[in-house]
Design a binder for this molecule. Structure first.
Ligand code: FUL
Length: 481
């Protein structure tokens, strides 16, 4: 009887003990919102730059262009979406209004729009055509509405802000769900301004009254992600070449930055380990030298290899690649751009074809509470919701993958479980070569995804050593190609 009682007590004690250790790691703040998590998962988004510039061969229209210059022989939004979707892009952001102020939808607040152009005899609405097509082909739709408007006579006055908000209302109530809203930091300077032809500079910090404008939009669509230099949804990465820093924190201190502030490019690329808000970097880049279509750039379309390098330097550093592919005057994505995108997709498929981590034996230095919820095998189980974690006080650790035979290793892909915050500060990678461990990488952050490319190496063991972390490391996956 006594021994039964002892057994029961012991079991209860063990149960309580193991329950305690099964507790998942507490989040390290700040953490991403649901909408930001969904944004991270997209990885590849496309930009469409299309306006009067496509026909005047400019990059920044003055705002004085006649509506009649906007004259595409067609608008083949079905082709834009199908080409981009096939290449793996999950969302498309359209320049509904660029700096020239010309609107691709028939806004009732201005005459400077498609409604006064020859396109469909003024009955066209390109925002509708593209958003409908996105819905049909299940690609997310986003909008770019330039805060700077070189056409408006009242740009610089309070009434322009009301105009801008009225336009946001049109976009956010008439075209279905919008996943991202792009607020370009470029604003203020010379322009037509309703015939004034002068230079106008606004106080970028206060003129737009962003908090109020964003609240206004959130009331219409609460899940929208706001892009601007400084967020608050996602931040600019500090350059337009499609790369973020190798150290890339998803956090940044919002009290030190604002949209349009000069000299913050480096900070935007790295983020800040002690940042008080989760505002990940988005890497915007064009497939051509310019953002708008120019025939003279037909031979300058980036090659699949260049696009792949951009992918490694953006997505592969925990960021998102926002690639601009501008339609031409026929309203098509040009054949050269389509070919480059097909080549890019083929390269991605080829380089990341077989994940050899799946057939490896995983050894880890320690497991949180020795609980099966947090074991090393979770790293290769293809389940984004499972992860390997250590005990709270353990902020370093090792993951080793062993294969039965020699393999050629070219890429290592790591992911942190960012729902609980970004943690890893420093790690290195070694491979076993001729019986000796050889260091092939010394790196800092991981984040949503980190892809390391090596000179192909033959090995049967790879070891990832996390040297330091803001709290116990929480790693959701390891892939090897
Ligand atoms: C910049 C703009 O000035 C370019 O024309 C383009 O729209 C790019 C995405 O953002 O700031």
């Amino acid at each position: 009887m006594k021994s039964i009682l002892t057994t029961i007590l012991l079991s209860l004690f063990l149960l309580a003990f193991s329950q305690k250790n099964m507790t998942p790691p507490a989040p390290v703040f700040p953490v991403p919102s649901e909408a930001q998590l969904a944004w991270h998962e997209m990885e590849l988004n496309a930009f469409i730059h299309f306006t009067t510039n496509t026909f005047t061969d400019l990059e920044w229209g003055l705002g004085s262009e006649k509506e009649s210059v906007f004259n595409p022989s067609g608008v083949h939004a079905d082709q834009w979406v199908s080409v981009l979707k096939k290449a793996g892009f999950k969302g498309i952001i359209l320049t509904c209004k660029h700096h020239d102020g010309f609107c691709l939808w028939p806004s009732k607040y201005t005459e400077h729009s498609v409604k006064n152009s020859p396109y469909k005899d003024g009955r066209g609405d390109i925002v509708k055509e593209l958003s409908d097509e996105c819905k049909k082909q299940e690609v997310k739709f986003g909008v770019y509405l330039s805060p700077w408007d070189r056409n408006r006579s009242d740009y610089g006055n309070p009434s322009y802000i009301e105009y801008y908000r009225n336009q946001l209302k049109e976009l956010f109530t008439n075209y279905g769900s919008i996943f991202e809203m792009w607020f370009d930091g470029a604003n203020g300077g010379s322009g037509y301004y309703g015939g004034a032809n002068e230079t106008r500079n606004v106080d970028k910090r206060s003129y737009y009254d962003w908090p109020k404008t964003l609240d206004f939009v959130r009331k219409m669509q609460p899940n929208v992600i706001f892009f601007s230099d400084a967020g608050p949804g996602v931040r600019w990465c500090g350059n337009e070449e499609g790369h973020v820093s190798t150290t890339n924190w998803n956090m940044i201190n919002t009290d030190t930055i604002y949209a349009g502030k000069a000299g913050i490019e480096t900070l935007l690329g790295t983020g800040a380990e002690d940042g008080n808000h989760w505002i990940p970097a988005e890497a915007d880049v064009s497939i051509r030298p310019g953002w708008f279509y120019h025939e003279r750039e037909d031979s300058l379309v980036k090659t699949p290899q260049q696009l792949f390098t951009i992918y490694l330097n953006s997505v592969g550093r925990g960021s998102l690649m926002l690639l601009n592919v501008p339609p031409d005057r026929r309203g098509f994505l040009h054949e050269n751009d389509v070919k480059a995108l097909e080549g890019f997709r083929a390269l991605l498929n080829e380089e990341f074809k077989t994940d050899i981590a799946k057939k490896a034996t995983v050894k880890v230095s320690s497991v949180r509470g020795n609980a099966k919820e947090f074991i090393g095998a979770n790293l290769i189980d293809n389940n984004p919701d499972s992860y390997w974690a250590t005990d709270d006080k353990v902020v370093s650790g090792t993951i080793e993958l062993d294969w039965k035979t020699y393999e050629t290793v070219k890429y290592l892909v790591l992911r942190e479980y960012i729902k609980l915050g970004q943690r890893v500060k420093s790690f290195n990678v070694e491979v076993l070569k001729n019986g000796k461990w050889e260091k092939v990488a010394q790196e800092t952050t991981i984040g949503h995804k980190r892809i390391l490319k090596f000179d192909p190496v033959r090995t049967n063991k790879i070891r990832i050593h996390i040297a330091d972390s803001r709290a116990c490391p929480v790693i959701s996956s390891v892939q090897v190609y």
